[in-house]
Design a protein around this ligand. Sequence first.
Ligand SMILES: Nc1ncnc2c1ncn2[C@@H]1O[C@H](COP(=O)(O)OP(=O)(O)O)[C@@H](O)[C@H]1O
Ligand SMILES: [Mg+2]
Length: 257
Amino acid sequence: MVNIVIKTVGLTVYYGGRKVLEDVNVDIFENSISAVIGPSGTGKSSFLRSLNRLNDLIPGAKVVGEVYYRGKNIYDEGVNVYLIRTRIGMVFQRPTIFPMSIYENVAFGLRINNVKDEDVIYKRVRNALVMAALWDEVKDRLEESAYNLSTGQQQRLCLARTLAIEPDVLLLDEPTSYLDPKSTKKIEDVLLKLKNSYTIIIVTHSLSQARRISDYVLVFMPDDDNVGKLIEYGPSPQVLNSPVDPKTREYVEGLIG
Ligand SMILES: Nc1ncnc2c1ncn2[C@@H]1O[C@H](COP(=O)(O)OP(=O)(O)O)[C@@H](O)[C@H]1O
Ligand SMILES: [Mg+2]
């Protein structure tokens, strides 16, 4: 039995009254990697942000429909949005480094979540850095500024910061688009390990990345009114090798997008 971790029903996103993503109905399964692919502007980032209510922070953004996280609609009244965001963590395209030490960048999420015990913080920071495959590279320089790290290391640091708060779901928005192939491979290897204990959704512009790491693929495409739609969804080999929708076929053959 495979558990559904996230389920969207009629998920639709507007900015200032303009519809950019319409009627997404999808199930995301536990301990899997789902890749979201499609041309720019089709609402991939908006989709991701709607899964942990980050769109709430964007003025003029409106989300319609339902997003169930482990059976509970996160848009219901009275839902603790902060708790949702600790269960469903996010990593962005550009590393979001704070002007602090390497250690404090990872501890940050714990401190704002009111974890006080320094031993607990140390253990979780260390554990998160190990999981993000960064520990060996930084263990002797934890007090150094995080700005001294390479972009690839900074991105793993951001992943570690998210992991330190022990989430259940990881949302990653094109996390390797500014990284070289070697750093990209490190992140991909980490994600393949993490999926044993996390549910992962990753937006990617790279079909080869989707091929390498994903179990499921979601294809977003614009309709005639330039509104993003989920046009195809299924196991990666099926979607990438024998897509049902002709637009998906064109996209994976590199003709559009
Ligand atoms: N904060 C925002 N305010 C207004 N429009 C936005 C905002 N964010 C995204 N959009 C618009 O919504 C559409 C979808 O954007 P986005 O979700 O970023 O797509 P993708 O990630 O697939 O490139 C685009 O037309 C974009 O310009
Ligand atoms: Mg985007």
